[in-house]
Design a protein around this ligand. Sequence first.
Ligand SMILES: *[C@@H]1O[C@H](CO)[C@@H](O)[C@H](O)[C@H]1NC(C)=O
Ligand SMILES: *[C@@H]1O[C@H](CO)[C@@H](O)[C@H](O)[C@H]1NC(C)=O
Ligand SMILES: *[C@@H]1O[C@H](CO)[C@@H](O)[C@H](O)[C@H]1NC(C)=O
Ligand SMILES: *[C@@H]1O[C@H](CO)[C@@H](O)[C@H](O)[C@H]1NC(C)=O
Ligand SMILES: *[C@@H]1O[C@H](CO)[C@@H](O)[C@H](O)[C@H]1NC(C)=O
Ligand SMILES: *[C@@H]1O[C@H](CO)[C@@H](O)[C@H](O)[C@H]1NC(C)=O
Ligand SMILES: *[C@@H]1O[C@H](CO)[C@@H](O)[C@H](O)[C@H]1NC(C)=O
Length: 486
Amino acid sequence: MINFVSKVAVFAFALTYSLQFVELVSGFRHWKWSSTSGKVNPLENDISALVTNLPGQPKVDFRHYAGYVTVNRTNGRALFYWFYEAASRPDEKPLVLWLNGGPGCSSVGYGATQEIGPFIVDTNGHGLKFNPSSWNKEANMLFLESPVGVGFSYSNTSTDYAKLGDDFTANDAYSFLHEWFIKFPSYRNRSFYIAGESYAGKYVPELAELVHDRNKDPSLHIDLKGILLGNPETSDADDWRGIVDYAWSHAVVSDETHKIIKENCDFNSNNIWDNEDCNKAVSELFDQYKEIDIYSLYTSVCIAESASSGDDDSYQVMMKRSSTMMPRIMGGYYDPCLDEYAKAFYNRLDVQKALHVSDGVHLRNWTICNLKIFNNWTDSKPSVLPIYKKLIAAGLRIWVYSGDTDGRVPVLSTRYSLSSLGLNITKAWRPWYHQKQVSGWFQEYEGLTFATFRGAGHAVPCFKPNNSLAFFTSFLNGESPPSTRS
Ligand SMILES: *[C@@H]1O[C@H](CO)[C@@H](O)[C@H](O)[C@H]1NC(C)=O
Ligand SMILES: *[C@@H]1O[C@H](CO)[C@@H](O)[C@H](O)[C@H]1NC(C)=O
Ligand SMILES: *[C@@H]1O[C@H](CO)[C@@H](O)[C@H](O)[C@H]1NC(C)=O
Ligand SMILES: *[C@@H]1O[C@H](CO)[C@@H](O)[C@H](O)[C@H]1NC(C)=O
Ligand SMILES: *[C@@H]1O[C@H](CO)[C@@H](O)[C@H](O)[C@H]1NC(C)=O
Ligand SMILES: *[C@@H]1O[C@H](CO)[C@@H](O)[C@H](O)[C@H]1NC(C)=O
Ligand SMILES: *[C@@H]1O[C@H](CO)[C@@H](O)[C@H](O)[C@H]1NC(C)=O
């Protein structure tokens, strides 16, 4: 059934692309024309998108920009971004696109304001606090709410929402990049990386593949250097095996339940959930996880009254038994109540006006995750490992990290996935250090680096901000993480 739907979506995309191509190419002519005067002045970047009066914003020395980029004029689709220039020497630093997953969750609500951005939403949505471990210390950071329907991003054509899937998302994100470069020409030729976590484990390689393929046309060339993935959904069958074994090895389910799953669930099958015993045992596993925080096994759950249920309930683990899709991810946080603060903050009219989302009169409805998108996702690649192989062959840098207290995309899922890639090891398993402590372990393969974060949940930077920034720096420099205690 899922196969049928995704074929329809792919067909729709073939049409979409040929038309968008025309838009992109004409956009490029404009861009080329505007940059004939030699070196681009950063002030040529879209000044109208400069954020100047964000309520509660700590004072900073770098510029940041927010607003919409139209990705499809016919249907009226626009994606919202928030872009922070690097805190120092932005013209010498790379450009990094960050994506959160869901599908249906916001990179602004999670990535930018709970994880790695310079402004973290403070309690009660009344303001922001400065994040000294922001990744914009090392790179120009671009956060994109994708696809349409997520956060502030929208389509004026409601039927678009029924078509959302991996392909749709990658194509719109790709159009976004080109349109964004027209607004920000000083980043057009910059070294570029794509990073993300959880369901973005699918988005990131898919977008990277699209960039790589389209780069064959020199006029569309983007200087993609590598990708960075955190607790990424990668290969559904391997991911499932990891969830089950991790829950058992971390004393979340009984030996009996684990045994039933091992004997009855064929995660390579298209009909996993037709097996009643498998179905019941996996439900039992998720029932146990409902009692704790599956994204961070050893921290407390949010017990604020407002966070219990509702349309955008982020805490619920979803199961779709009619397909082989993973029950998808709707969370990951440090302060388990932070999702609520973000919601309060982004639904303020003054905040929306400052971010160029609203005219200051009409309020937009912002939610951190959109369950309708989550429930209506039409196509999801069962595995992105073939894309890994292609990108490795193309010489791109691929780093994968995993917080080892996450039960949702546990470290075992990632290890099973990478193991099925069968890459040769170039540097054997060993600890990596931060401030004289073991921050985790890592192993290097031909074309890929894998590292763990000891004691971090699903959204690693929330739990280990300084370690994450150090790791990100190693990634950008293409150097192994520090493997001595000095
Ligand atoms: C806009 O999107 C629609 C639906 O996805 C597609 O049919 C159309 O061709 C797209 N238009 C352009 C200019 O790409
Ligand atoms: C969507 O429709 C509104 C209202 O007509 C319009 O102002 C806006 O520009 C449209 N968005 C896009 C991306 O075309
Ligand atoms: C980017 O690279 C292209 C092709 O090498 C060149 O024509 C263009 O001037 C460069 N643009 C900027 C802004 O440096
Ligand atoms: C915003 O979303 C809430 C919950 O989905 C809904 O009840 C409300 O009507 C929406 N408001 C607007 C202005 O769309
Ligand atoms: C999924 O999309 C269909 C068609 O647009 C819509 O009728 C339905 O309400 C959507 N389902 C959910 C759960 O949002
Ligand atoms: C691993 O290394 C061996 C020996 O150098 C080589 O023959 C083989 O092709 C390599 N495998 C991969 C997957 O690169
Ligand atoms: C993390 O880094 C910040 C900024 O450099 C520093 O102020 C803070 O003390 C560090 N925290 C820890 C736990 O090392």
